[in-house]
Design a protein around this ligand. Structure first.
Ligand SMILES: NC(=O)c1ccc[n+]([C@@H]2O[C@H](COP(=O)([O-])OP(=O)(O)OC[C@H]3O[C@@H](n4cnc5c(N)ncnc54)[C@H](OP(=O)(O)O)[C@@H]3O)[C@@H](O)[C@H]2O)c1
Length: 289
């Protein structure tokens, strides 16, 4: 029998206590995944901003301690997960900078906020993570980037947490804007492509449900196949000389489909960088005064 490494909060060789600052959409998804992977709800505490959100969290996460007092939530934690909106970071961290310690590992999933900014705000060891929406079904893809104070063990521990919600890769923080574009925004782009495939079926007269089943089934099959084969191998296997697939490939090449997808990701990453700079400016001016 496989014993889950997160069972009872056992991560990296010790029983961990988790604090999640911001039990909104992503914070709640992380808490649910931790519990599903075997962490005792009693070893998780979390916070929200509004009193009325406490009842919602109690309903969604029975057994998890919830409060709107961040100091109370983080004081006994080994791992603190920061999951508030970027502009909420100073309000969430500034009042607890003396409660957080250098022994605690703070994992921020806040998009666009660098480990450098968070290290300026708190004494903790900081790791930045970019999970995608797939974590709600334990099929997430998460990139984890170390800050300047963490050890390899800390990074491994952060990656173990996200591995319980899907896959995790360790990256240099300078790739985070590109990663946000590929795996963060990626599910939206894949959804657009899938929708077009389904609508093409409708255009050619295939009944709605059947077209949907064929389109999504093909996406699933292709993803599985592409785990074991390179893209050009799949193309070669499907394409007969003088056959049907090569006709479609010609249209894709004539219309610059691959260049279009690359430009889409490039532009998304550029916007990520812009937002990151705006956020950094506003957080620094708020903190400095
Ligand atoms: N959604 C995604 O797919 C995704 C993916 C990767 C990363 N992220 C990042 O995750 C972060 C959270 O996103 P989200 O979509 O989960 O937002 P959200 O649903 O608005 O959740 C934010 C939570 O933070 C709480 N909060 C706000 N200020 C607080 C404070 N000072 N102290 C304690 N709690 C506080 C809010 O409390 P109330 O409920 O009382 O308002 C809310 O529960 C963002 O920075 C985003 O960039 C999101």
């Amino acid at each position: 029998m496989l014993i889950n490494r997160l069972s009872m909060g056992f991560v990296g060789g010790f029983i961990a206590r988790y604090a999640i600052i911001g039990l909104g959409k992503i914070g709640t998804a992380i808490a649910k995944s931790l519990i599903k992977s075997g962490v005792d709800p009693g070893s998780i505490s979390g916070s929200v901003r509004r009193v009325e959100s406490i009842a919602r969290v109690r309903r969604e996460l029975p057994g998890v301690f919830v409060s709107n007092n961040n100091a109370e939530v983080v004081k006994d934690a080994d791992v603190v997960i920061l999951a508030v909106k970027p502009y909420q970071v100073p309000d969430a961290l500034m009042p607890i900078r003396d409660v957080l310690t250098g022994d605690q590992l703070l994992i921020s999933v806040v998009a666009g906020v660098t480990t450098g900014i968070i290290e300026d705000l708190v004494p903790s060891k900081v790791v930045r993570a970019m999970p995608n929406i797939g974590i709600v079904i334990e099929r997430g893809v998460t990139a984890v980037a170390p800050g300047s104070r963490v050890s390899e063990d800390d990074v491994r521990r952060a990656c173990e947490i996200f591995s319980s919600m899907g896959r995790c890769v360790v990256v240099n923080e300078r790739y985070m804007d590109a990663i946000t574009a590929i795996s963060g925004s990626g599910p939206a782009f894949i959804a657009l492509i899938l929708e077009a495939l389904w609508e093409a079926g409708l255009l050619l007269g295939i009944p709605t449900d059947i077209s949907w089943e064929l389109a999504i089934g093909t996406l699933e099959t292709s993803a599985e196949l592409l785990r074991v084969k390179r893209p050009w191998e799949v193309v070669e296997e499907v394409t007969t000389p003088g056959g049907v697939t090569i006709r479609g490939i010609k249209v894709a090449e004539e219309s610059g489909l691959r260049g279009l997808i690359m430009r889409m990701i490039e532009e998304t990453a550029r916007r990520g960088r812009e937002i990151s700079q705006e956020i950094e400016g506003s957080i620094r001016s708020k903190v400095i005064g």
